[in-house]
Design a protein around this ligand. Structure first.
Ligand code: THU
Length: 144
């Protein structure tokens, strides 16, 4: 089993299946006493590092942070901003897709990155972020 991904470990040619295993394993560390919905994310940088995130809930509810955003924030704090893909694992029948807030945060760094949704059982479906969040930077969010 691949470990140490939370430190941005460099894996050469890590497969989507291995990334799903990482995401599933980090989901076990989610802090989700209120929803009991465990989510894990494995975020791969363009230079092949992997950062992990899990959801961390709060009694206020509103302060909860999703797995995807925690993975992005860990990567950025480690100096990485160029992402190739994110693999998200949930214990659901069908793969679950990221919330709007997480889509917007991912789009900040790459509006067309690959987003792979997977279940703990290994069902996967792949999207480009542009399919899940078209036109992320238009209108009031226009970039200068
Ligand atoms: N959650 C995530 O971590 N990622 C998503 O894409 C959707 C929702 C978390 C937030 C909360 O802890 C729980 O799942 C229920 O919404």
């Amino acid at each position: 089993m691949l470990r140490g991904a939370e430190f941005g470990a460099i894996f050469n040619q890590v497969t989507d299946n291995e990334l799903l295993k990482i995401a599933k394993s980090v989901a076990q560390r989610a802090y989700a006493p209120y929803s009991k919905f465990l989510v894990g994310a494995a975020l791969v940088t363009k230079d092949g590092r992997v950062f992990e995130g899990c959801n961390v809930e709060n009694i206020s509810f509103g302060l909860t942070i999703c797995a995807e955003r925690n993975a992005v924030f860990a990567a950025v704090a480690a100096g990485c901003r160029e992402f190739a893909k994110i693999v998200i694992a949930t214990d659901t029948q069908e793969p679950a897709s990221p919330c709007g807030a997480c889509r917007q945060v991912l789009a900040e760094f790459d509006p067309d990155m690959e987003v792979i949704l997977g279940t703990f059982r290994g069902n996967t479906i792949a999207y480009r972020l542009s399919e899940l969040l078209p036109r992320p930077c238009t209108g009031i969010l226009d970039r200068p």
